[in-house]
Each structure stands twice: as C-alpha cells, then as structure tokens.
Write a protein that binds this ligand. Structure first.
Ligand code: TK8
Length: 336
C-alpha cells in the first residue's frame, strides 16, 4: 500500500470508530423554550442549535424552538424541565438561584470587567463546578451563553447620580441579589418575570428595568423607556439547560450531539451578541432614547454602594466558592 492510501484507510477507520451509527439515534422531538423573541440574539442562537442537532443526528433529533416565553417564564420552564414536561431551555442564571443557590455567584456586582474574564471563568473549572450543582436538582447545564453587561433604563428621569434612583419603581429579575442590590441603591425594586416586563413598562406598573443593550433593542423597550444610563453593573450569563429526566434516557451518541451543538451555539452566540452590542447603543439613540454615562465619581459611589451586598452573597454561595471565583479573576487580571 502506498503511504497516501494507508493514511486514507487509517483516516476512514478512525471516522468509523468515532462516528455515531444510525442506530445510536432514536427519533426525538426536543421542545426548546426561551424568553426573548425570534429576532433576538437568543432566538438566532437557538435556531443555530436546532439546525446543528438535526444535521449531526442525520435528521433523527429535531428541535422545536419556542420563543417569547410561549412555554412560560424562565422559572416556569425550569420547573417543567425538572418535572420532565419540557426537554430544553435557555434562560438567565439569575432566575435559577431559587433552585441552585451557588448560581448567585454570577450576580456579584462588577464581578467581571470584560468578556475575556467572563468567558475564562464561566468556561473554566469554577464555572463548570457551579453548573454541575444543577444535577442534584434535576437539571443538566450544557454551556453558558452571553446575555451581557446590564444597563439601566427608566421612564422618569435621567439617572446621573445615586439619588436619582430614589423612588424609581424598578423591575428586577426574580432573584434576591438583584432585589437587594437595587434596594440598596435606593430604588423601589419589584421582582417580575421577563415575560411580563414589556407590558409592565407600557402600562407604567413599573418605571424602569435593567438589561443588556441587545435586549433593550430586541424587546423594543425603547418604545416604552426614555432614559438609558450606562451602568454595566453586572455581567449576566444565560445557561442552556436540559431536563435531567430526559438526559438520562438519551444514548451517549445523542448526548454528544446535544453537547457539541451547544458548544457551537455558544461560540456563535457570543460572537453575534458582541457584534450586535457594539452597534446597539447608537441604534437605541437613533430610536430616540436619551443616553447618559455616569461620571467617574458617581460610578464609584454606585459601585461602592453595590458591594454592600457582597457579604450576604458570599455567605449564601459559600465562602469557598466566593474565594475561588475572586482568586480566578485576580489571576486573570495578573496575566493580561
Ligand atoms: C429571558 C430572561 C432575560 C433576563 C431578564 O427569559 O429576565 O431580565 O435578562 O434575558 O432570562
């Protein structure tokens, strides 16, 4: 045999050994729920995931992407996954804290300075360890996606200093760290599911909210919010979840397909989100929002005030996890 042929034959043998066979896959229909609309960064990435799963399983596994919280809010979908009534979802890690308290570590105000730090910690050993905590609660986490750095909008007045938040009725996620954080800042914080947010803003049941630029744009919050303050107060991850009941019934080949597709969707989603975020602020301005940055002095005051929640947060996630994450971030900052 010529060398070329030998290499080709070896290659084929390897493919045969590694590749999944048709009989490794059963016909499957996965209901994948998410909160934002189809036109959002979330919608685009779920679509890519669905195509990837179908392709890699030779059409055996199909994903039905169901957006706009049509299957329920984050919290409702999490319960459906735990009970086995729904197979997959993507949502905020912050709404998972009621189930797995360690998830609150990602709600630490100003934890990450940039996406390089976020990616490294979330995809690294600590991020994976926190994700693994979901198993005992009936959930399997596959990957973290980027929701993004959160910024404040409201309909009452520009927020240029801490005191401007006084009396603003602000929707927060269903999560105690967010509730405490914004109460600490002086706002009248009200927890609400994302699926009720647009209407709550429109009917003036609340004055404001906080989310990344991408979401303010894709959910058309600019139609019902006048002022945007660049606060970047926390980096918010999304997490792709599978019902553990469902996962346990899959073959290894089927699980591999889901995990590999989830990783592809993560890489796509982060790139897509970051590209969109760089243009989003100008678009929001063009849509008529009045945008202001905080002066360095006011940003520092807000930051100081927000760190008051850290002690409570550290004790609720556990000192070991708190220290481990702080050490990871410090290490990354030392090795630029
Ligand atoms: C979408 C939510 C959203 C989150 C929020 O279901 O609730 O404000 O930022 O992305 O998970």
């Amino acid at each position: 045999m010529k060398l070329k042929q030998l290499v080709a034959a070896l290659g084929l043998a390897l493919v045969a050994a590694g590749a999944a066979q048709a009989q490794d896959f059963k016909p499957r229909m996965i209901r994948f729920g998410y909160g934002l609309n189809e036109q959002s960064n979330q919608g685009r990435a779920v679509k890519l995931f669905a195509q990837e799963v179908e392709r890699a399983s030779g059409g055996k596994m199909k994903v039905r992407a169901i957006g706009s919280a049509a299957l329920g809010s984050d919290v409702q979908m999490q319960q459906a996954l735990i009970g086995g009534a729904q197979e997959m979802m993507v949502g905020s890690t912050a709404t998972l804290v009621g189930i797995t308290k360690e998830m609150a570590i990602w709600d630490t105000p100003f934890l990450f300075n940039n996406t390089r730090e976020a990616d490294a910690v979330l995809d690294g050993p600590v991020g994976q360890k926190v994700m693994a905590k979901l198993h005992e609660k009936g959930l399997v986490g596959l990957v973290y996606w980027e929701n993004g750095f959160r910024n404040l909008t409201n309909n009452k007045q520009p927020v240029a200093k801490l005191e401007d938040l006084n009396g603003i009725k602000l929707r927060v996620m269903q999560n105690n760290v967010f509730l405490d954080s914004f109460k600490t800042l002086g706002a009248n914080a009200v927890p609400l599911p994302f699926s009720e947010l647009f209407t709550a803003l429109e009917t003036k049941a609340v004055d404001g909210q906080e989310n990344p630029y991408n979401t303010i744009l894709s959910s058309k919050f600019y139609e019902v919010q006048k002022y945007l303050t660049v606060t970047n107060h926390v980096y918010s991850p999304w997490i792709v979840l599978v019902s553990k009941k469902y996962w346990d019934g899959l073959s290894p080949a089927e699980r591999n397909v889901l995990l590999a597709a989830a990783k592809k969707s993560r890489d796509f989603e982060r790139k897509d989100t970051r590209e969109e975020a760089t243009k989003a602020l100008a678009e929001l301005k063009a849509k008529g929002m009045q945008i202001n940055e905080l002066s360095p002095a006011e940003a520092a005051r807000m930051r100081d005030r927000l760190t008051r929640v850290n002690a409570g947060l550290a004790s609720s996630v556990g000192m070991d996890l708190w220290n481990e994450v702080q050490a990871e971030v410090a290490k990354l900052r030392g090795s630029k």
